[in-house]
Design a protein. Structure first.
Length: 302
């Protein structure tokens, strides 16, 4: 009996050692990027920080995997090659829908948990409300911007306005329609509104308060005529098929990271300047609900 029990104990230890070895793997964070060096610099400290704290459940190290576009990243998630990505809230909803990526946490970027879209025009112009945009032109940033395209266009569609992309800022908007153009960056949006190239512009409140995006010399002639509701600054997504114990531990580590001095460098580089992570409950859930509601309107009359 003693020998049999000893053999069972040895067999059990060997079995668990085998299972631990078989499941040992890297934790992989992904990002769509064309700048491999900068992206690796931002993400590697964070994924290493988390991976080190998951060593007891088989995570050996942290790795960064970059994709050239969203379709490729979605494929990586579908194939299990990426475990974790950070996205803007509208992108997060797309990833959640397309590959069942779990919306896990809200991340505070630049020290704030949320932001909101605003629309602005010249003080001496004719724009005072959304309805005044009909037959006029508004400048957005680019087709991939959440606060400076997805959100403002969805806000306008939810209010039953019809939008049309114009071929250039010189093209006139058809009667009864709000025309839009892409300026490429926030400073250009401000400049185009100030110079009357377009009638209005849209981006988020932090851009409005940043003198690089809204220089004082131009901002004094501008006014905000619409402010949207707050939405999560950024979202942390975890692969839907990720092992439940790994998923739970990643969330636990991230929620405590802002209290850990060892995470300081990782947080400063991630994002950039991520202050902390928190759960999508209470006010954060309301912010997500607003994004989900607006998401229903995005894509219509694009």
């Amino acid at each position: 009996m003693f020998h049999l029990r000893s053999r069972l104990i040895v067999f059990g230890l060997a079995y668990f050692a085998f299972v631990g070895t078989a499941t040992a793997r890297s934790l992989v964070i992904g990002r769509v990027s064309s700048d491999a060096s900068q992206t690796h610099k931002q993400l590697k400290p964070m994924v290493d920080y988390v991976a080190k704290r998951l060593a007891d459940i088989g995570i050996t190290d942290g790795q960064v995997l970059m994709a050239k576009n969203h379709d490729e990243m979605l494929r990586y998630l579908r194939e299990g090659k990426v475990d974790w990505v950070q996205k803007t809230v509208f992108e997060a909803l797309i990833y959640n829908r397309e590959v069942d990526a779990e919306i896990a946490l809200r991340s505070w970027r630049h020290g704030v948990p949320n932001y909101h879209t605003l629309m602005f025009a010249r003080k001496d112009g004719q724009i005072a409300s959304l309805k005044d945009l009909v037959g006029k032109k508004i400048a957005f940033e680019d087709p991939g911007s959440t606060s400076a395209f997805f959100v403002p266009s969805a806000i306008l569609k939810r209010a039953n306005f019809q939008l049309l992309e114009l071929s250039s800022p010189k093209e006139k908007s058809p009667a009864g329609i709000i025309g839009y153009v892409f300026a490429g960056d926030e400073l250009s949006i401000t400049t185009w509104v100030h110079r009357r190239i377009v009638d209005a512009g849209a981006y988020h409140n932090q851009n409005w308060n940043d003198r690089k995006d809204a220089p004082k010399a131009m901002k004094k002639d501008l006014k905000v005529f619409y402010e949207g509701k707050p939405m999560p600054r950024m979202i942390e997504l975890l692969r839907g098929t990720l092992e439940p114990n790994v998923k739970a531990r990643i969330i636990k580590v991230l929620l405590r990271a802002h209290e850990d001095p060892a995470a300081t460098i990782a947080l400063q580089g991630y994002g950039p300047r991520t202050a902390k992570f928190d759960e999508l409950i209470g006010q954060a859930q309301k912010e997500l609900d607003e994004a989900m509601d607006l998401n229903r309107f995005f894509g219509r009359n694009r």
